[in-house]
Unconditional design. Structure first.
Length: 445
């Protein structure tokens, strides 16, 4: 059996893989590991809008209560909202029940420590070890010592925090918001209207089963079309738990995570607020982003794919900005995790501060053509030591020269090798990728 905790908590199909029984046990063990000997311990628990949230929330909370730990129930809220309120409410831990941008049948349980950061591997491993133990030897308090549930109407505190991260009012801007029928639905429109923007809402009527269905950050054409039809200044699309943002400028062009990071890095650099003059990105960030940062004399620290690796590098290097092309951006000077709504606010605040349209701001970087092919193989790690494949890689890198790059990596979940090439000439990329893929097929398929 593989590790239960993935890069973003425990996930699976609700009620078959992520069962109420497992949620109950996660509640028990999580409460035991994360509260220790604290007096008056308490968890905060939030969820997104998917229908299975009620089922898993009830089971998980029951497990926590059975350990004598109180629960502050937040209801529907974003993942970063849970992270912020865990620290704000001085809870021992926070838990979000969500599967982010995944389809409605999936769900997940994600833990935050009392400081609002995701759990480190060692703590997740301890929870998993106890979960897999054959005997449940954990305490079972009785009588007055079991936990209680308190409804905690703290979303307004999170919204107030968001308001305070910007310096400008947004009057005069027409913004389209695609809330993915998820956690952003009850938060984002109110926040932007409070700051004076004219808001057109899309997909902000969650019914439990329509979360992420043909909308949100993974379907940016929806907000693109709305921006062009309404003549809005920009569009902002979130995912189901509102920790990602994909933007669209007034001409309908997509402003992805790389563009957002480039815009924000330049703004922070100009204010002398980009700590250690560094931005953290993954190896999948577009080469155009790296080149743009070089032109601005901003250092780029690159990590493996995954926001936990971005965060790890940010904390280790004492950096304030990092993220992924997918729109998961971290502003460590404001909060402890990626936050789509906060990212959107920072972007709009720059538009107002610079009196420049998003269409102009996105020109800070030129997006290089990027070609990706997946190759199904028998052994996804063998490419690293295969001489023919390594020779093909070296030849392709030589052909692209300093203006391009080749990236090969194995899938984390399937027997697949991903071959990616970037550079200014698309025809050259096709030739390079085709030459590598052909050898991989011959050697490993």
């Amino acid at each position: 059996m593989g590790r239960m905790f993935g890069t973003d908590g425990v996930r699976g199909i609700a009620n078959t893989e992520l069962t109420p029984e497992l949620a109950f046990q996660l509640g028990r063990v999580g409460a035991y590991v994360l509260t220790g000997q604290n007096r008056g311990p308490r968890f905060v628990v939030g969820k997104d809008t998917r229908i299975s949230g009620d089922l898993l929330e009830s089971s998980f909370i029951s497990g926590v209560l059975s350990m004598g730990v109180d629960v502050l129930k937040l209801g529907v809220i974003s993942t970063p909202g849970v992270a912020y309120l865990t620290k704000h409410l001085r809870a021992d831990a926070g838990v979000m029940i969500s599967a982010s941008h995944n389809p409605v049948e999936d769900n997940g349980i994600k833990f935050f420590a009392g400081d609002g950061f995701k759990l480190v591997d060692a703590v997740e491993d301890e929870i998993e070890r106890l979960l897999k133990s054959e005997e449940d030897t954990l305490p079972r308090p009785t009588g007055a010592h079991v936990g209680r549930v308190y409804d905690e109407p703290a979303v307004s505190a999170y919204q107030k925090f968001l308001h305070n991260t910007v310096t400008n009012r947004f009057e005069g801007l027409h913004i389209v918001l695609d809330c993915a029928n998820g956690a952003a639905s009850a938060i984002a429109p109110e926040v932007f209207r409070h700051l004076g923007a004219r808001v057109t809402e899309l997909n902000a009527q969650p019914d439990g089963v329509n979360i992420n269905v043909g909308c949100g950050s993974t379907y940016p054409h929806v907000v693109q079309r709305a921006v062009l039809e309404t003549g809005a200044d920009m569009g902002l699309a979130f995912d189901g738990d509102a920790d990602r943002l994909i933007a669209v400028d007034g001409s309908g062009q997509i402003v992805d995570g790389d563009h957002v990071m480039a815009i924000c890095a330049r703004a922070l650099h100009e204010r002398d607020s980009l700590k250690n003059n560094t931005v953290v990105a993954t190896v999948m960030s577009n080469l155009g982003f790296v080149k743009a940062m070089e032109d601005l004399s901003i250092h780029v620290e690159q990590t493996a794919v995954g926001d936990r690796y971005v965060m790890e590098a940010m904390r280790k290097g004492d950096f304030v900005l990092g993220g992924e092309q997918s729109g998961h951006i971290i502003f460590l000077n404001h909060t402890t995790t990626g936050d789509g709504i906060l990212t959107a606010l920072q972007l709009v605040d720059i538009v107002k501060s610079t009196r420049t349209s998003l269409q102009q701001l996105r020109k800070v970087m030129r997006r290089y053509p990027q070609l990706l092919e997946n190759v199904r193989v028998k052994d996804k790690t063998a490419w690293k030591t295969n001489q023919r494949i390594q020779a093909a890689l070296q030849q392709a890198e030589a052909d692209l020269g300093s203006q391009g790059r080749i990236l090969v990596r194995e899938s984390g979940t399937e027997s697949i090798i991903r071959v990616m090439a970037e550079g200014p000439e698309e025809q050259k990329l096709q030739e390079c990728v085709a030459s590598i893929v052909e050898v991989v097929h011959e050697e490993l398929a």
